[in-house]
Design a protein around this ligand. Sequence first.
Ligand SMILES: Cc1cc2nc3c(=O)[nH]c(=O)nc-3n(C[C@H](O)[C@H](O)[C@H](O)COP(=O)(O)OP(=O)(O)OC[C@H]3O[C@@H](n4cnc5c(N)ncnc54)[C@H](O)[C@@H]3O)c2cc1C
Length: 512
Amino acid sequence: MVQVTERPPASVVVQPWNEHNQTLAHHVHPSDWANPAPAARYNLVVIGAGTAGLVTAAGAAGLGAKVALVERDLMGGDCLNTGCVPSKALIRAARAWADVRDAEGYGVEVPSGSKVNFPVVMDRMRRLRAGISKNDSARRFRDLGVDVFLGEGRFSGPETIDVAGKTLRFKKAVIATGARAAAPPIPGLAEAGYLTNETVFSLTELPRRLGVIGAGPIGCELAQAFARFGSQVYLVEAQHGILPNEDRDAAQIVLQSLLKDGVRLLCCGGDLTVSKGEGEKRLSVESHGQRYDIPVDEILVGVGRRPNVEGLGLDAVGVAVEKTGVKVNDRLQTTNPRIYAAGDICSPYKFTHAADFQARIVIQNALFFGRAKASALTIPWCTYTDPEIAHVGLYERDAATRGIRMKTFVQELTDVDRAILDGETEGLVTVHVQEGTDKILGATIVARHAGEMLPELTLAMTHGMGLGKIASTIHPYPTQAEAIRKLGDQYNRTRLTPFVKKLFHWWLAWTR
Ligand SMILES: Cc1cc2nc3c(=O)[nH]c(=O)nc-3n(C[C@H](O)[C@H](O)[C@H](O)COP(=O)(O)OP(=O)(O)OC[C@H]3O[C@@H](n4cnc5c(N)ncnc54)[C@H](O)[C@@H]3O)c2cc1C
């Protein structure tokens, strides 16, 4: 563990200011950092050192480009500091608790009084995050040959970016400034105060009652984790059910699990208002025709992301901005051909792995006259509830709107031996193939480790392997991934037409 006591500027202090967060700050925003003297001109200047910016900078420098990377807050961006990393550390602790809770069903006697120690859970998360942060550290990137500038970046001319009193001259630039939690226009919310992903991981005490607004991936993951830790969680969602973007039957399985964990869902919620009372906040919402007035200790907003475009001087360099962020073409080039963008700032796919692969496209296109296209990426995603729900490609509704005819194969985990033995039968694998072929167009998996199972199908889609190939791939027995192979068998059975069956019958009778 690095021993440091120096405190970075107030704007970038991560709370609580303990040894783990000191280590984090030491890596990703060292207070003693001296920005280097700028080079005469850079091949690439990257604004924003989240996943998109880090991958662009490291990749380009590795290929020999002269690269500057500008970060105003914490290197590593959302993923490391306030997103994937801390949330998954909490989710793992929550799963440990659920395993203890359910252990008797496996014949394990659990001492009574077992409970979650929330401060220890949070401390574990901060320790693990601090450890991982070394990979994204300013010093590591300097050692990779990148000129790291800490400060707010801003376009100051057609080929210049200003940061902390220095001017960086670029041949090409990349905007990788990401997105932040948006404040939804809910009456009373701002006055009452609320948590977002930027503040929730700084909690040191468990809120006894927690209102979560939005049952998308962030809302569902954290609602379940906090319910498992012992908060009474009220999950408020404007639409019906949870995870509105996922298939209904798949999302329903996850919902059952959240309800089992004690989450109270108020869906089809309308007319939501928030007020501040004596030592508490109140959520008032109409759900399914009934009005609810719920006292809570904290409110977590899990909906809406707003692109970080302000203060970048984009107007001056002719970079157009839309509601969703910086406007890019399929080659991730902005409306200024010398300036590219990658990650949450421009992408409808707000995931770390999407930011990573967009960064690789930008390197090719910006530095080597490449023609790589963002639309060619096959981007999977996973929501890390328990069970997880993972998806790639088309949903049934997409195919319907595009007039694509699909055949759908479903394998419930209730018929998969490993899932039965694990006691994890709440789940399924759904694969859509183009009608008349085995070409995989989309897939959804609900399973405890759906995110670990999905890459097999993503690989098949990316490299044009059909479901028939998966059927002929030997999977170890017993594994939950066998569910995918079984779908291949289902597909093969459809090829056994009455005519083929008759032929087999004749042949076998003749050779008896
Ligand atoms: C709670 C939560 C959980 C998540 N979990 C997952 C998950 O499990 N898996 C997954 O794939 N994705 C997850 N995500 C999404 C993921 O975190 C983002 O998609 C990813 O971080 C995007 O990376 P980025 O580089 O585009 O942007 P960011 O990570 O937002 O980085 C942008 C950086 O730019 C900096 N910046 C902005 N403006 C300026 C400026 N003017 N000058 C200098 N620097 C600037 C910011 O400070 C920031 O560091 C999660 C997100 C949240 C909120």
